[in-house]
Design a protein around this ligand. Structure first.
Ligand SMILES: [Zn+2]
Length: 80
């Protein structure tokens, strides 16, 4: 009969992990994390090493990496 076997051979684990820790434009250490506070509508980007941090408004289309890019932008714009 038309019984299908579930082939459970290979389960490939996709590395779908988007990096959540980025390099800091000030200290160069890979310690910048993006925290989304959806309740407050804020994205906080902060370096765990030198404590450099900026807040941004959450924009639904943006990924954490985009906030990180803003963070870098802001940093250079602020002149260090
Ligand atoms: Zn830093």
């Amino acid at each position: 009969m038309g019984r299908r076997r579930k082939s459970r051979k290979v389960v490939r684990r996709f590395k779908k992990t988007i990096p959540k820790v980025f390099s800091c434009p000030r200290c160069g250490v890979k310690a910048v994390s993006v925290t989304l506070k959806k309740k407050e509508g804020k994205a906080i980007v902060k370096c765990g090493n030198c404590q450099l941090s900026y807040e941004f408004q959450i924009t639904p289309l943006l990924q954490p990496v985009d906030y990180y890019n803003k963070f870098v932008d802001r940093y250079y714009h602020a002149g260090g």
